[in-house]
Design a protein around this ligand. Structure first.
Ligand SMILES: [Zn+2]
Length: 318
């Protein structure tokens, strides 16, 4: 039965051990400051994994152990409405996962530490739990008719789930406020240049603004600005046409490379099959302040821009 946090954490699940292959202890012990919000490459990697498993699977029962994660509708209605629904091919815009159903559309935002894991008892390691078990961080579970499960884990519980009717989803606030996704043809130079011309904000703040470009966060903004040779504090409307074009091309370039390495894992991010991303060692500046710049060897600086810690090179970035 679905229930609140306190009740569910005390539920007894006979025959289910706590250890789960998708929940290594390192993830549970990582300090909060090492968490970072999954950005476009991480969310797209998860989507691709779900695409292999979800389409055609039917939800037998939805289980909500942390009701505050369900933003729409109320969690009881969420549970009732999801029963019997069948998944179609999952989509994504920016950092938002769109899980289409035969009736209804689920929007999932992973927050800081959300993990969306597909669990199959036929593939599980001995002693591992499928369907949440007593995992204290498994908060939403979609149990399928064939025994598999979509398990949502979230240590810090900043994620959000929303269920819309199919016709409501395209115009819902969470999607309609998003700018173009830089890996789609919606991302065009003219629109991007126009958005930059209209604001005097720091370029870092503009790139973090999801209504300008959807999908970038602190990691890939720092990486893109270094690649493009731009200081994070440059005023957006002061960039030359050449610099704007460089950014326009650099953003998808950085994202695609990270996607090829299945995203960046610091502590919590896992793909739909529980694997870490491999992009961490390829990061050139993010989190590397105090270390030599890979471009020139000068020590990378750290400053706060747009309220976010930023790593950059004073020599390579003008
Ligand atoms: Zn440098």
């Amino acid at each position: 039965m679905p229930g609140n946090d306190r009740f569910s954490s005390r539920e007894f699940h006979p025959g289910v051990r706590r250890m789960c292959p998708s929940a290594p202890l390192t993830a549970l012990k990582a300090p909060p400051m090492m968490s970072h919000v999954p950005e476009l490459p991480e969310v797209e990697t998860i989507r691709r994994g779900l695409e292999r498993h979800l389409p055609g699977r039917r939800i037998r029962r939805a289980e909500v152990r942390a009701p505050q994660l369900v933003a729409r509708p109320d969690w009881e209605s969420f549970v009732i409405e999801l029963a019997g629904r069948t998944f179609r091919t999952p989509r994504r815009v920016g950092k938002t996962l769109i899980l289409d159903l035969d009736s209804g559309t689920l929007l999932v935002h992973l927050g800081m530490t959300g993990q969306l894991l597909f669990q199959d008892p036929a593939q599980a390691l001995p002693g591992s739990s499928v369907g949440g078990g007593r995992d204290p961080h498994a908060h939403i579970l979609l149990h399928h008719t064939d025994g598999t499960c979509l398990c949502y884990r979230d240590i810090r519980k900043f994620g959000k789930w929303r269920l819309y009717a199919n016709h409501e989803a395209p115009t819902c606030p969470e999607l309609s406020c998003l700018g173009p996704d830089p890996l789609t043809p919606d991302f065009v130079l003219e629109g991007f240049a126009s958005a930059l011309r209209r604001t005097t904000r720091h370029i870092k703040a503009v790139l973090l603004d999801q209504s300008v470009v959807a999908g970038l966060g602190n990691i890939y903004v720092d990486e893109t600005l270094h690649r493009c040779g731009l200081r994070p504090t440059r005023r957006a409307n002061k960039l030359s046409a050449r610099e704007v074009r460089g950014l326009f091309e650099g953003i998808p370039g950085v994202l695609k490379e990270a996607l090829e390495r299945r995203g960046t894992t610091f502590s919590d991010y896992r793909d739909a099959e529980g694997n870490s991303g491999q992009n961490g060692p390829a990061l050139r500046v993010y989190g590397r302040h105090g270390q030599p710049c890979p471009g020139c060897g000068q020590e990378l600086r750290r400053t706060t821009v747009a309220g976010r810690t930023s790593s950059w090179c004073a020599k390579c970035q003008k």
